[in-house]
Write a protein that binds this ligand. Structure first.
Ligand SMILES: *Cc1c(COP(=O)(O)O)cnc(C)c1O
Length: 386
């Protein structure tokens, strides 16, 4: 046997032992939050398609029409021949939604973060990252030549301590955080971080993957506070509430021009398929037109939290931290038997000892099903451990 295979087998056995081996389950998504798994129809509470726009007729039609017109793939990087005419429209829509001068669309949110951070933060920069920020912010920070420091989760005073100690040794500083934290559903204190950034001449970047379409009337987490937080670098994804695929950065014109010129994950990766870009445009039209519809995921998350006695969420994500991996897996199985698909989230996605069920709510979850899920969580999961 090749030593490569021996290596993989040993590694997998080790992960198996710790309950950390992952496997893929064939999943056919149906209408809205429903899907088919192993031939069973289940109601999913673990899709990020918060507005169910991936199955919206207008979005699907737009994708089909663009595919017919421009083909199934982009054919090249955007800087070569992959910049089909739909891109300009999508970038203008994003900039308008976020209130910035310009926007730049990447192949995914992950590609956006690993492109933006190294472009803006070189050897002479300090990058401060919230300890619970998404893996791809960390990946971007590590790919950069900057000095990288973490600050305690949502702890502005701690971030300031680090800046006071280290800012003067660096020409530039970048502060990066999730706007909505993907595994906890809480919000970053963006206005306080913006004020901190101003005091220390640092550049604030927020990742609004779970905010766009859902919070602030659909405009995202920056618009939750009034007046909106001043965040010069607003990145996010088109793969969640927007129902398509891709990532973006909304920023000033010079910053976006620099990113288009220098971000390696933008330059050396093929443009998105025309159908995907058209789907995102159609979805953004729905978001701009229907703020009441955008408010539904949070309303449902709050109803669920009230019914189970969990703390009121600030986003459409409700975590139920159970701690140990086995107990969390069992709880997920109990809910699956009742037809509810709820992800068990384990380390290393979350810190050791904080394995959890993570519920995400979408606009089209039926209220009576949310109530039935809440009753099960209360009686079958929370009651036995109380
Ligand atoms: C999902 C997610 C991403 C990655 O976006 P993709 O478009 O799926 O690559 C980035 N940041 C956060 C906070 C996310 O939750």
């Amino acid at each position: 046997m090749l030593s490569l295979d021996t290596f993989a087998i040993r590694k997998l056995a080790e992960l198996d032992e710790r309950g950390l081996r992952r496997s893929l389950a064939g999943t056919a998504r149906e209408d809205g939050p429903w899907l088919l798994r192993d031939g069973r129809r289940m109601l999913s509470f673990c899709c990020n398609d918060y507005l169910n726009l991936s199955t919206h007729p207008e979005v699907i039609e737009a994708a089909i029409a663009a595919t017919r017109r421009y083909g199934a793939g982009a054919g090249a990087s955007r800087l070569v021949t992959g910049n089909h005419p739909l891109y300009a429209e999508l970038e203008a829509r994003l900039a308008a939604l976020k209130g910035t001068e310009d926007a730049c669309v990447f192949g995914s949110g992950y590609l956006a973060n690993i492109g933006i951070i190294p472009t803006l933060a070189g050897k002479d920069a300090l990058v401060l990252v919230d300890e619970l920020a998404h893996a791809c912010i960390w990946a971007g920070a590590r790919l950069s030549d900057a000095t990288v420091r973490r600050f305690r989760h949502n702890d502005v005073a701690h971030a300031e301590e680090v800046l006071v100690a280290e800012r003067q040794r660096h020409r530039h500083a970048l502060i990066a955080t999730d706007g909505v934290f993907s595994m906890d559903g809480d919000l970053a204190p963006l206005s306080a971080l913006a004020a901190l950034a101003r005091r220390h001449d640092a550049w604030l970047m927020s990742d609004d993957a779970h905010g766009i379409g859902v919070l602030g009337g659909g405009r995202g987490s920056v618009h939750v506070e009034k007046p909106p937080a001043e965040v010069p670098l607003q990145m996010g994804t088109l793969s969640k509430a927007v129902g398509a695929y891709g990532g973006y950065l909304c920023a000033s014109r010079p910053v976006v021009d620099l990113i288009r010129t220098r971000a390696r994950s933008f330059i050396y990766s093929t443009g998105l398929a025309p159908g995907t870009v058209a789907a995102a445009i159609a979805a953004l039209n729905v978001i701009a037109r229907e703020p009441d519809y955008c408010a539904l995921p949070l309303t449902k998350a709050r109803a669920f939290a009230r019914a189970t006695g969990l703390p009121q969420p600030a986003s459409a994500i409700v975590p139920l931290i159970l701690g140990d991996v086995d107990g969390t897996m069992t709880a997920s199985r109990v809910l699956a038997e009742a037809g509810f698909l709820v992800a068990a989230i384990r380390p290393p996605t979350v810190p050791e000892g904080t394995a959890r069920l993570r519920f995400t709510f979408t606009a089209r979850h039926p209220d009576e099903e949310v109530a039935r899920l809440a009753a099960m969580v209360r009686d079958r999961i929370l009651a036995p451990i109380a």
